[in-house]
Write a new protein. Structure first.
Length: 323
């Protein structure tokens, strides 16, 4: 169904006191000292990699990087994202059996280059020129990215070409006017007709940070931004999702999402992305199972235990690294 467009000690043994042994007096009163010295030895501890367990009660091995000694060493527990408020953090005690299990999650960082290989038309470290126009974004509800209402109205609609079948959804963009004024906006919508490549249709509130709204249209430059504080990633199954058909959306991501995969019996299954910003499994394969999300820099967030509850925003307590 089609929606509206919107990551030795070298410990040498000291030789101790040098041992002088054996020492003997031999022929013709000559004193010969035979000294046997202990040679210092060393042992290099094996390197062990422990997957960071963020939200679950157990460590989840990062795909493709499991270590044979991982179970013998405690996982290095740390939260890669800003602290979660008590209201949104899962309780310390086990939930009743009737409640869905808490998702467990892990993150895997991959080596990155200056230019992200998974990026689409909008690439990090690249400046773009265009014009900024303005429209009434209202509460943000009904945008092509399907995010729904938000208190943050520093948003923009991306032109159809750079929207690139919703690849731009959720991207943070720093926009600069000719006079030097700047504003950071999040892409939540598409400007389908009449918007040229490079053009941004800003919310009225965002446009006012750059120029008087009466200007209507101004030249700008803009570039991709990886913000410092962007909360944590959440996942949502679309209304109507089941084990026979499902669509999954990623919310609150710091960096643009490049792909979403579901674990199946045959391995990881990459889902196609719709222009309304959901990843679709039309035959239900993998729906309700482990989910893996990759950003344009190649960093992966793996989440296990997300319940198949349609239209429910489920937090992961994970976030992509700032770039």
């Amino acid at each position: 169904m089609k929606e509206t467009r919107q990551a030795a000690r070298r410990r040498g043994h000291r030789p101790g006191p040098w041992a002088l042994a054996p020492v003997a007096l031999v022929a013709a009163g000559a004193l010969v000292c035979l000294a046997a010295a202990c040679r210092p030895g060393h042992r290099t501890d094996a390197e062990h990699t422990a997957t960071t367990a963020v939200a679950g009660s157990r460590a989840t091995a990062a795909p493709g990087r499991a270590s044979s000694a991982a179970s013998a060493y405690p996982a290095a527990t740390r939260s890669p994202a800003p602290a979660v408020s008590p209201a949104s953090a899962p309780p310390a005690k086990a939930r009743p059996s009737a409640a869905p299990a808490r998702p467990s999650a892990s993150r895997t960082s991959r080596a990155t280059t200056t230019t992200a290989s998974l990026a689409g038309r909008i690439r990090p470290g690249t400046g773009y020129r265009g014009v900024a126009t303005t429209y009434d974004a209202g509460t943000g509800e009904g945008g092509s990215c399907s995010y729904g209402p938000s208190d943050d109205l520093m948003t923009a609609a991306m032109n159809h070409t750079d929207y690139e079948t919703s690849k731009a959804c959720g991207a943070y963009v720093l926009v600069r006017a000719a006079g030097g004024a700047t504003v950071t906006v999040r892409i939540t919508n598409e400007c389908p007709t009449g918007c040229a490549p490079g053009q941004l249709d800003l919310s009225a509130q965002a446009f006012a940070r750059l120029a008087d709204p009466s200007a209507g249209r101004i030249p700008v430059t803009w570039e991709l931004l990886s913000p410092g504080d962007s909360g944590t990633v959440a996942l949502r199954y679309k209304t109507g999702s089941s084990r026979y058909w499902c669509a999954v959306q990623v919310l609150g991501h710091r960096n643009p999402v490049a792909r979403l995969e579901l674990r199946t019996g045959g391995g990881w299954r990459r889902l196609p992305r719709t222009d309304y910003n959901y990843f679709l499994a039309e035959d239900g394969g993998g729906c309700g199972g482990t989910i893996r999300v990759t950003d344009i820099y190649g960093e992966r967030l793996t989440v296990d235990g997300i319940a198949l509850r349609p239209d429910a925003v489920q937090a992961t307590r994970l976030q992509f690294a700032r770039r």
